[in-house]
Design a protein around this ligand. Structure first.
Ligand SMILES: Nc1nc2c(ncn2[C@@H]2O[C@H](COP(=O)(O)OP(=O)(O)OP(=O)(O)O)[C@@H](O)[C@H]2O)c(=O)[nH]1
Ligand SMILES: [Zn+2]
Length: 320
């Protein structure tokens, strides 16, 4: 079954025909937590029926995961098994190309294909100019579409990414049109009233669903609005997603050029300064997040030992 929603300990699992409420076996949860991992919407799981209770016993290793580092350093998985991320940005006040670049880097470092979707094309005055701006700033090869999320034509424009078996997620700031687009793509009728399902105690409950099925066989995952998003990727992976910068770096005078103040820097000469500043900011964020909770615990333990040995040393000195 596939995980369609998670609310506290209750997991909505779907077998393609119907949704059921299940819980995960504590053993599985502990095993995942031990690997800094967790269940997420989009995961494929094996579910055991025990009487009228459903228990998630196993999870198939996800092909991709969208994850972030929470402020306490914990890794938080937002969605699993995503093929394409639609990066949704409104052609109105929300238009922010730096945010778009950061989303692209994060998505690509998770091996997910980004597609830029500029909504509100019907009410924006300067669509062609905005498209040109995005194209000139981003490396070639990333699809960029401008559309009206309210009408069915949006599904036609996005058809190449909506093939059967494909899973998409929508990322973007609040108010950009993610829900509108989800409704247009997944069909409004389907979502009314939510999912009725047994919750294992004989009652019927209505649950919120995060995984939506499109008529053509694709699935769309709602991801919560992400304002601040510390990427869960190391510096090397992230910097590789700026492939235009990586290619130019070959021509820098110094092999280990950081493209900051070095003379003979090919990157500073060619790349939009704002794009370069954004690149540096992303790498700084990644560096900050690189220590895992286990490393932090190990570090604390190390300092405890150091502290004790210093105290012992002081004591020995005094008594000696
Ligand atoms: N004219 C026009 N309006 C749009 C378009 N896309 C979204 N809207 C409107 O913009 C508003 C915000 O859209 P939502 O779909 O709720 O935005 P969201 O990204 O889901 O926002 P959150 O749920 O807060 O994350 C709604 O009033 C939509 O009707 C579009 O392409 N054209
Ligand atoms: Zn350089």
């Amino acid at each position: 079954m596939r995980i369609a929603a998670i609310q506290g300990e209750w997991v909505t699992v779907h077998d393609g025909l119907a949704a059921r409420q299940a819980r995960a076996l504590p053993r599985l949860l502990a095993e995942l937590a031990g690997g800094d991992d967790m269940l997420a919407v989009g995961d494929w799981v094996a579910v055991d029926a025990r009487g009228d209770e459903m228990w998630i016993a196993q999870r198939a290793e996800p092909l991709t995961q969208i994850a972030r580092r929470a402020n306490d350093g914990r890794r938080q998985v937002l969605a699993s098994n995503i093929d394409t991320a639609l990066l949704v940005m409104g052609l109105d006040l929300d238009f922010n190309i730096r945010r778009l670049e950061r989303y692209i880097a994060v998505v690509r470092s998770a091996d997910i294909a980004p597609v830029v979707v500029l909504t509100k094309a019907d009410i924006a005055a300067d669509v062609a100019a905005r498209l040109a701006e995005v194209h000139s700033r981003l490396p070639p090869g990333i699809p960029v579409l401008a559309l009206n999320a309210l009408i069915a034509d949006a599904a036609i424009a996005l058809a190449p990414w909506l093939q059967p078996g494909q899973t998409l997620c929508l990322l973007g700031a609040s108010g950009t049109g993610k829900s509108t687009l989800t409704n247009t793509l997944a069909g409004a009728g389907q979502e009314t009233g939510g999912v009725r399902s047994g919750d294992g105690r004989g009652k019927h409950t209505t649950t919120v669903r995060s995984l939506h099925q499109c008529a053509g066989g694709a699935c769309i995952v709602d991801t919560p609005g992400l304002r601040t998003w510390r990427p869960d990727a190391d510096e090397k992976t992230l910097s590789a997603t700026f492939d235009d910068i990586a290619a130019l770096a070959e021509h820098c005078q110094f092999r280990n050029c950081r493209h900051e103040l070095e003379p003979g820097c090919a990157v500073r000469r060619e790349i939009d300064p704002d794009r370069l500043a954004n690149y540096h900011k992303l790498l700084r964020d990644a560096r900050r997040g690189e220590r895992t909770p286990l490393e932090k615990i190990a570090e604390r333990a190390k300092w405890k030992v150091v502290h004790r040995s210093v105290q012992r040393h002081i004591r020995d000195k005094r008594s000696g």
